[in-house]
Design a protein around this ligand. Structure first.
Ligand code: XMP
Length: 305
């Protein structure tokens, strides 16, 4: 990217030109990419843009409230509460690709409903350069890139961030005046907490992943990680009070990266690790163990599924 202001001028001009007087729709995920694409498109065409946020029940703690605060100024913002539909559909699904597919399909259903209600002709997407590369390599299905345009008919698709890396997107976000909670936010995968739960997604495991991730984000902020979160791996024995319990094993992951394509596990202080285990196993009822993931990417991926 040459210069932020120049980029914004060119991108807004492109959006205006592609849309004309048409209505466009964008899926907001709460992540920096879709938020920036939405802010850019709103700057370009105002109320011709319908931002849609689908609460899948797999979002981070406080995410829906943050969206309402940040994007409430956009008159046509739609917040869809779809948590029960997602979680019901995920019951019994254990295969990672199948999980992604169920989530992607449900997303398309939710999105399609709103798109036809508002008569959207164009789709705006927050796809960035590394998304395109990973999709071409087909490492795993990225539901925010494929899927939608194949199923929902649009006259055109606009991807204003298609050539940018994440750090450049953050620059644009700051320039557009997005709050720090959004512009400096860690990347969050489209399928949400579901890819941080190994095996079947249940409401109980989602709650553990959400609470533990909140603790990890707070405790590791000073390390300025690319991503830091908690995942639910399975169950193991522990003792709480006088009782043996069969509780969840929570993995803490914290990585450094530029674009998510490769990553290094961060070296954390022992005191930090101890604080993490004491808060996570101590305050979340059904957690019996906390482990730290020291694997780089490759050979591991950043997310668990
Ligand atoms: P992995 O786990 O493949 O992740 O090492 C690389 C980066 O991509 C994010 N990620 C996703 N983002 N939809 C997204 O929008 C997805 O399906 C998806 N899967 C992984 C992940 O959080 C990391 O930043």
């Amino acid at each position: 990217m040459v210069d932020v202001d120049e980029f914004i001028d060119e991108a807004t001009a492109e959006i205006r030109e592609k849309l004309g007087d048409d209505t466009a729709i964008i899926a907001l995920s709460g992540g920096v990419d879709s938020s920036t694409a939405a802010a850019l498109a709103h700057e370009a065409v105002g109320d011709q843009l319908v931002p849609v946020y689908v609460d899948t029940g797999l979002m981070r703690k406080g995410e829906t409230e943050e969206i309402r605060e940040e994007f409430g100024y956009m008159d046509r913002l739609r917040i869809v509460d779809a948590a029960d539909r997602y979680l019901d559909r995920l019951a019994g699904v254990t295969d990672p690709e199948e999980k992604r597919k169920v989530i992607g399909d449900q997303f398309i259903e939710e999105f399609q409903t709103v798109a036809s209600e508002v008569g959207a002709d164009h789709l705006v997407q927050g796809t960035i350069y590394p998304d395109r590369i990973e999709s071409e390599g087909n490492i795993k299905s990225h539901h925010n890139v494929g899927g939608l345009p194949d199923v929902v008919e649009f006259d055109g698709i606009v991807e204003p961030l298609r050539d940018l890396y994440k750090d450049e997107v953050r620059e644009v976000a700051r320039e557009l005046g997005l709050e720090e909670v959004i512009s400096e936010r860690m990347p969050f995968p489209g399928p949400g907490l579901a890819v941080r739960i190994v095996g079947e997604v249940t409401r109980e495991k989602v709650e553990v992943a959400r609470e533990a991730t909140h603790v990890v984000e707070e405790e590791l902020e000073e390390y300025d990680p690319w991503q830091a979160f908690a995942a639910v791996l399975g169950k193991a024995t522990g003792v709480k009070g006088d009782n043996r319990v069969h509780g969840y094993v929570v993995a803490v992951r914290s990585v450094e990266s530029r674009d998510g394509m490769t990553a290094r596990a961060q070296e954390l202080e022992w005191d930090t690790l101890q604080r993490l285990q004491s808060r996570i196993a101590g305050t979340i009822d059904n957690v019996s163990r906390v482990v730290y993931d020291v694997t780089h990417k490759p050979p591991a991926t950043i997310e668990y599924e």
